[in-house]
Write a protein that binds this ligand. Structure first.
Ligand SMILES: Cc1cc2nc3c(=O)[nH]c(=O)nc-3n(C[C@H](O)[C@H](O)[C@H](O)COP(=O)(O)O)c2cc1C
Length: 194
């Protein structure tokens, strides 16, 4: 069965640097034979976690919005590719809301001690890729990386690869980067074989 790769475009700026990198990654994955899926967070309605602890009963989030469908697609995927720029050394609020909704998976894992369902191709663990950029020449990715590793962790996803670039600020600046887009494509090809 083909590797299922899910890209999550987490920037509020459509067709910006991280989304272009994600699209190259997904194109590479598709060219390698992966089944590719993409979610654009900016198009979704995703409220923030309210810390109601409703998920402590059954591991399900009580807030009914686009999260349930996103959650289903994350669980089905073999490779999760989260693409989001640095905002104040962390993730943009819109995608951070998605990360925080992962609290229901935290409750499943640490409160209820229930296994996560296998991926659509029957794997117990997923592989994770973080694509990020910052406008600063040498940005600090450590804050965002901690958050992403935590998010991957509750979805039983091993952090496999980071494609992290500095000095990219204007929309589309990535097109002038000497290697970033081709590196993203090559990484996608690789991921199709994970
Ligand atoms: C609210 C806001 C906060 C930002 N914070 C940072 C930051 O902490 N470090 C950094 O290097 N760049 C920062 N940037 C710049 C973005 O990371 C940069 O413009 C990036 O290319 C946006 O990616 P996108 O085109 O995928 O949206 C910030 C931009 C905005 C709008």
């Amino acid at each position: 069965m083909a590797t299922r790769v899910l890209g999550i475009a987490g920037s509020p700026r459509r067709r910006g640097n991280t989304e272009q990198l994600l699209d190259r990654f997904l194109a590479g994955a598709a060219s390698g034979g992966a089944e590719v899926d993409k979610i654009v967070v900016a198009r979704l309605t995703l409220g923030g976690c309210r810390a109601c602890d409703g998920c402590w009963d059954d591991g399900q989030c009580v807030i009914q919005d686009d999260f349930q469908e996103v959650n289903r697609r994350i669980v089905a995927a073999d490779v999760l590719v989260l693409a989001a720029p640095l905002y104040f050394w962390g993730l943009p609020a819109q995608v951070k809301a998605l990360v925080d909704r992962g609290q229901c998976q935290w409750a499943r894992k640490f409160i209820l001690h229930r296994p996560l369902a296998a991926t659509a191709s029957g794997r117990q663990r997923r592989q994770g890729v973080f694509i990020s950029v910052g406008g600063e020449p040498r940005p600090w990715f450590d804050g965002a990386l901690k958050t992403v590793r935590g998010f991957f962790g509750v979805y039983e996803t091993d952090y496999r690869l980071g494609l992290l670039y500095g000095g990219l600020d204007a929309r589309g600046a990535v097109a002038d980067h000497p290697t970033a887009l081709s590196e993203a494509f090559a990484a996608g090809v690789q991921a199709s074989g994970w």
